[in-house]
Design a protein around this ligand. Structure first.
Ligand SMILES: Nc1ncnc2c1ncn2[C@@H]1O[C@H](COP(=O)(O)OP(=O)(O)OP(=O)(O)O)[C@@H](O)[C@H]1O
Ligand SMILES: [Mg+2]
Length: 342
């Protein structure tokens, strides 16, 4: 028996919420780990805007950098994964808003610390402190947070793998992670990573296979606020300018008031007010030839078979990972370029 449409939507919404962490992890996932010597300060400051977007307006974000160099030897994507997981957890613990503080410091671990933390070595360490003013945890919860699949979030909301992943990464990098929390008073995670005394490795240039570096203007129409945030962040980071619309009506208005060219419309198919397809039709009246990339969780029956989309239309099935979005944008723009050339 087919589930009703309403149930499908509820399930899709639940899956999306749960997949946010996964999407973000995929965002920083790389096929091959490339350890290099880098400064934690620079990763922290480059992630600032993304972190702010993720937590939303009701949470104040403070990022405090170490005055001097804070060099470690690791893969920068490891550090990104750690920060994204801790940030999402902090956000979930501050539903009514609050403060998130992320601080990097260099400290010399002495005999006393090493004696009480068996797996640690003496010497210079970068300490990354992530504190929130959220709900906090009781001791029983606190003792279990790094266990794989331990979650207090409802079904579909958390996998319980976030902190297990963070723990694994920290250990892999020869570090340690500690947690302090009190119910009603927030939570602090402290991560110790050994400093590297090697000089900074020059970052490898990003893969040249993508046309993305050319930039352009992309109109994003997506009614799911979390997914929209992720999309806009990923697309902006890839060098595009985003026009961000929370729905079709807003998209039409923003497109009208935008003077310059729009290189691509990235739109959800199923939205309130009007379908993505209708939106595309309205926009192409004024901007003929506007390339459109549709996204939807309803692939087979509701979209393709019922003829909602025309042939030759670019389509991206949900859930999408950031890599898939960039790949698809790249393909559509490449396709358009080819058509214009010949
Ligand atoms: N900053 C925090 N404040 C309060 N509780 C927290 C915080 N971070 C983690 N927790 C608790 O630890 C549990 C495990 O966290 P973890 O990140 O491993 O999984 P999750 O967030 O539930 O799911 P996932 O990260 O896979 O989406 C959470 O469900 C929550 O109860
Ligand atoms: Mg988590």
């Amino acid at each position: 028996m087919r589930l009703g449409r309403k149930f499908e939507q509820i399930i899709a919404a639940a899956e999306r919420a749960g997949s946010l962490t996964r999407q973000l992890l995929a965002f920083s996932r790389k096929q091959v780990l490339r350890p290099r010597v880098f400064d934690v300060n620079s990763v922290l400051s480059s992630m600032g805007p993304m972190i702010e977007r993720l937590v939303g307006e009701d949470i104040k974000v403070d990022i405090l950098l170490e005055d001097g160099p804070a060099r470690i030897k690791s893969d920068p994507s490891h550090l990104e994964q750690i920060l994204l997981n801790l940030t999402v957890n902090a956000r979930d613990a501050m539903e009514q808003g609050g403060c998130l503080t992320i601080e990097a410091q260099v400290t010399n671990l002495g005999e006393a610390f090493v004696a009480s933390h068996m797996d640690m070595k003496r010497g210079q360490h970068v300490v990354l402190t992530v504190s929130d003013s959220g709900a906090g945890m009781d001791q029983t919860t606190c003792a279990r947070v790094f266990e794989p699949f331990f979650t207090t979030k409802g079904p579909g909301r958390g996998t319980g793998l976030g902190l297990a992943t963070v723990f694994g990464i920290v250990k892999q990098n020869g570090g340690t992670i500690l947690v302090y929390s009190e119910v009603g008073h927030g939570t602090t995670f402290k991560i110790y990573l050994p400093c590297s005394d090697e000089p900074e490795t020059v970052a490898a240039t990003p893969s040249p296979t993508r046309r993305l570096a050319q930039g352009g203007v992309i109109l994003v129409a997506e009614d799911d606020p979390q997914l929209r945030k992720v999309l806009v962040t990923v697309i902006t980071r890839a060098g595009f300018t985003c026009i961000e619309a929370a729905g079709p009506v807003e998209a039409v208005a923003l497109a009208r008031s935008h003077d310059g060219p729009i290189d691509l419309l990235l739109t959800d198919v199923v939205m309130p007010q009007m379908s993505g397809k209708r939106l595309a039709e309205m926009l192409t009246e004024r901007r003929p030839g506007l390339p459109v990339l549709f996204m939807s969780g309803y692939t087979d029956d509701s979209i393709v078979h019922h003829g909602v989309l025309d042939e030759g239309v670019h389509f991206l099935p949900k859930p999408v990972t950031p890599d898939q979005v960039l790949e698809a944008i790249d393909q559509v723009l490449g396709h358009v370029e080819q058509e214009r050339a010949g």
